[in-house]
Design a protein around this ligand. Structure first.
Ligand code: ZN
Length: 117
């Protein structure tokens, strides 16, 4: 069973050129506005309020921007991996134990990325 929090995030990023990169525009810093994302946290015996998940995720959003500022190769895969690790550690640091966390990030109207389970 999962608790699910959906919200939106805007961010600026770029990725490095590599074999298989079709859209070369991704190499230039660009903005994604109001991207929908969903964070899921598994249910355990310890009660976790929806509002607590919201608080942790929303309060940590600015760290996402800081992370992106310091990486030149912020692929969708790397972004959600980084973010998931943060949310897991925030939950643990606040006494909610080792939780399973999944993140879905809708980067554009057509494309998105999932991580976790
Ligand atoms: Zn992009």
């Amino acid at each position: 069973m999962w608790l699910r929090y959906r919200s939106k995030i805007s961010f600026t990023h770029s990725i490095c050129d590599r074999d298989g990169l079709v859209d070369k525009n991704c190499k230039i810093q660009h903005i994604h506005k109001s991207c929908m994302f969903i964070v899921r946290v598994n249910v355990t015996k310890k009660f976790l309020d929806f509002k607590t998940i919201k608080k942790f995720v929303e309060e940590d959003k600015n760290m996402f921007a800081v992370y992106l500022k310091h990486t030149q190769d912020a692929t969708a895969e790397k972004m959600v991996k980084w973010w998931r690790t943060r949310i897991k550690s925030i939950l643990k640091a606040n006494g909610y134990g080792r939780r399973k966390v999944t993140i879905y990030l809708q980067e554009t109207s057509k494309y998105g990325v999932d991580i976790g389970e």
